[in-house]
Design a protein around this ligand. Sequence first.
Ligand SMILES: Nc1nc2c(c(=O)[nH]1)N[C@H]1C(S)=C(S)[C@@H](COP(=O)(O)O)O[C@H]1N2
Ligand SMILES: [Mo]
Length: 317
Amino acid sequence: MHYIRRKGWEISERHATPEALFLNRRAVLGAGAGALVAGVTPAFAATEADPSAHLYPAKRNEAFKLDRDLTPEKVNSQYNNFFEFGMDKRIFTRVDALKTRPWTIKIDGLVEKPTEIGIDDLLKRVQLEERLYRLRCVEAWSMTIPWTGFPLKELVDLARPLSSAKYLRFETFLDPKMAPGQKQSWYPWPYVEGLSMAEATNDLALMVTGAYGKPLAKQFGAPIRLHVPWKYGFKSIKSITRISFVEEQPKSFWQGLQGGEYGFWANVNPEIAHPRWSQATEEVLGTGNRVPTLLFNGYGEQVAHLYKGMEGQRIWF
Ligand SMILES: Nc1nc2c(c(=O)[nH]1)N[C@H]1C(S)=C(S)[C@@H](COP(=O)(O)O)O[C@H]1N2
Ligand SMILES: [Mo]
């Protein structure tokens, strides 16, 4: 897109060699990489006949306000990371294939009663609200988004985990026919992420089902994704189909791919560089500005206590 092709942005991309560039180098070695750039069909409007459309817009929760402007929807919708649908940012051009109904979420592991719930049944059991949140990608860019969703804590309560459950493990769908990126066999598909129970029940952890006052557009990870704004964006897993309560710390997609560069905790910290680039500043997408990155992405007051006593551990990337 033209507005992100500006000079300042290109400079930042050179400094911040993104996950995508790392992977692109491998892609040229792999067979079939060309399939990912074929079939370009714009898919900006993603709300057609969505059975949950009547739930939006939801009431804004004024406790979640921000000091900066929202990223325009058009900017945010056309610059996404969703590796199941390709390694560049133009996910909106080919995400139409993502089939979001029927959509079932499996809840299993250390719970009183493993179950499956359809997205529209789940939506009947929770109260949606809108929150303005930042998103800070590990690639050193950021956005500001009006998400709609419900606290992950509500889902934890519905699941009734056993006391032996220490972590949540989230999984994205696995369907290489629908998502050609999953044919790239060097990735540890499906996409997996995890949180500790304390993180998952923190008020900031949001299950997101909408953005910009509408059901989630496909490129944002429809019909349901996570958002944990104090962590690097890769923790906020998209298009979730399974949530397992487990005792052992789950191994995430990025840990499986490149554990030296992407750890489990991945809390935002401007002073701890990624092994290949600085995290001190971030490009605010759509503005051309670089601003200083904040500890815990500005959410320290709400979450710093979760990491008391863990100072010596690798909690920053
Ligand atoms: N399943 C899945 N979830 C994902 C990703 C992905 O490739 N696949 N990318 C992550 C990364 S790196 C970021 S920065 C955010 C981007 O969210 P956005 O496109 O809504 O801005 O989604 C995260 N969740
Ligand atoms: Mo990211």
